[in-house]
Design a protein around this ligand. Structure first.
Ligand code: GUN
Ligand code: ZN
Length: 429
């Protein structure tokens, strides 16, 4: 057994709903890990005299131990076009995204980027992610193989895209469905890997393709679903022209049975009350992608409206539309987006959204998101004094809530001292 001693924080519920009962904080805590799994998180004083003789104690006093971050929306093939100048969504896709995704037909390239990508996630304290691959099945093989080697719980899928994109990235409704089915058979449920049916967004799929995506989900219980929704006003207008019968953008996905538990929709900015109610009823989740929404000039996510309608919310970096792999930096931008709407994102809720909130959005609360006994030991050790400025600010901070706020407003990969997956250290700064 290994015992990690330090400040420990994890969530059992949403602080916006359950208040003080939403989290467990141990100022001098012990995280007991055996065979890669959490045994328990308890006060050090309560177990220090009863530890088994072979227990190894890892002393991380002064540091904060939390569950690893869960990034619920990110594109690994866009790693090389992060920070590409000048465009909003539709032009940005044409000018930067499609050309870079073309390269993922080459398995060697896909595998090199996949390795870099996962190591970058781990350096930033992200231990699980829901990931878009490219349209090429081999790009899915590459990311799953890289995640399997690292023992990570990763969700990914092949992009479905059979219209309104360059010829070189186009599948057909039938080929996309057949390839997805093969990938599900090969990867879904293997080790900690899970498949997500991945239509890019409504404009790049025919009705036939969306229909087959719904069928795939019906036939494969436990398979997840990911797409984009109501990110940009030109995109919303385009959807209304392509699907003239639809009440709204969301209605297109609803029509084909794509709203459900374990379905995560990125952005969800330009929605109305009926859309939010429908998301809540169906169990579909919203990935709040603050850096991307600001970078691409897409709009401001309405956190309070999601909460009022009881819709699940999680955090996505959305690299490469997003500008950082860091969930801490993404939380800082999320806080500022809330400020612009005169809303509040408390430090506790921010860390909830980045951990247990992610697990709930994915429908994986049974295995991810907190230190409940039996879950895989995916956790990080955070250093709120990682930079001279942070150390200075921490001198006048008191309590864990202030520490969390310093971490999320000033922190980035430098604040992630260590990352553990399944009890194994995969990153140390
Ligand atoms: N909508 C459709 N494809 C994409 C993508 O790759 N990134 C973002 N941010 N939005 C999209
Ligand atoms: Zn995206």
């Amino acid at each position: 057994m290994t015992v990690f001693r330090g400040k420990i924080l994890h969530f059992v519920d949403d602080p916006a709903i359950a208040g003080e009962r939403a989290y467990v904080y141990l100022d001098d805590g012990a995280l007991l890990v055996r065979q890669g799994k959490i045994e328990q998180a308890v006060a050090w004083a309560s177990i220090k005299d009863d530890l088994p003789g072979d227990a190894v104690t890892v002393d991380r006093r002064g540091r904060l131990i939390t569950p690893g971050f869960i990034d619920t929306h990110i594109h690994y093939p866009q790693s090389d076009i992060i920070a590409s100048y000048g465009e909003q969504l539709l032009e940005w896709l044409e000018r930067y995204t499609f050309p870079t995704e073309q390269r993922f037909g080459d398995p060697a390239h896909a595998s090199e980027v996949a390795g870099f990508f996962l190591d970058e996630l781990l350096r930033n304290g992200t231990t699980s992610a829901m990931v878009f691959a490219s349209v090429h099945p081999s790009s899915v093989d590459a990311i799953f193989e890289a995640a399997r080697t690292r023992g990570m719980c990763l969700i990914a899928g092949k992009v479905l895209m059979d219209r309104n994109c360059p010829e070189f990235l186009r599948d057909t409704a039938d080929s996309g469905c057949a390839q997805s089915a093969e990938l599900i058979a090969r990867w879904h449920g293997r080790d900690r890997l899970l498949y997500a049916v991945t239509p890019r967004f409504a404009p790049t799929s025919t009705e036939r393709q969306l229909e087959l995506a719904g069928k795939l989900l019906e036939e494969n219980p436990g398979v997840l679903m990911q797409s984009h929704l109501a990110e940009n006003l030109d995109e919303v207008r385009w959807v209304s022209e392509l699907f003239t019968w639809s009440r709204s953008y969301l209605d297109v996905y609803d029509h084909f049975g794509l709203l459900r538990e374990g379905a995560v929709y990125a952005h969800c900015i330009h929605l109305d009350a009926l859309d939010r109610r429908r998301m809540s009823e169906t169990g579909a989740a919203m990935a709040f992608c603050a850096t991307s929404n600001l970078f691409l000039g897409s709009g401001l996510f309405d956190l309070d409206a999601a909460l009022e309608h009881g819709v699940k919310v999680s955090i996505g970096t959305d690299v490469g539309g997003g500008t950082s792999f860091s969930m801490l930096r993404t939380l800082a931008e999320s806080y500022k987006v809330a400020q612009l709407a005169r809303q509040r994102l408390s430090p506790l809720r921010a860390f909830y959204l980045a951990t247990l909130g992610g697990a709930r959005a994915l429908g994986l609360e049974d295995r991810l998101g907190n230190f409940a006994p039996g879950k895989p030991a995916d956790f990080i050790v955070l250093d709120a004094s990682a930079t001279p400025l942070m150390a200075r600010r921490m001198q006048s901070a008191s309590g864990v809530v202030e520490e969390l706020f310093v971490l999320m407003m000033l922190g980035d990969d430098r604040a992630v001292a260590e990352t553990y997956v399944g009890g194994k250290q995969l990153h140390e700064r």
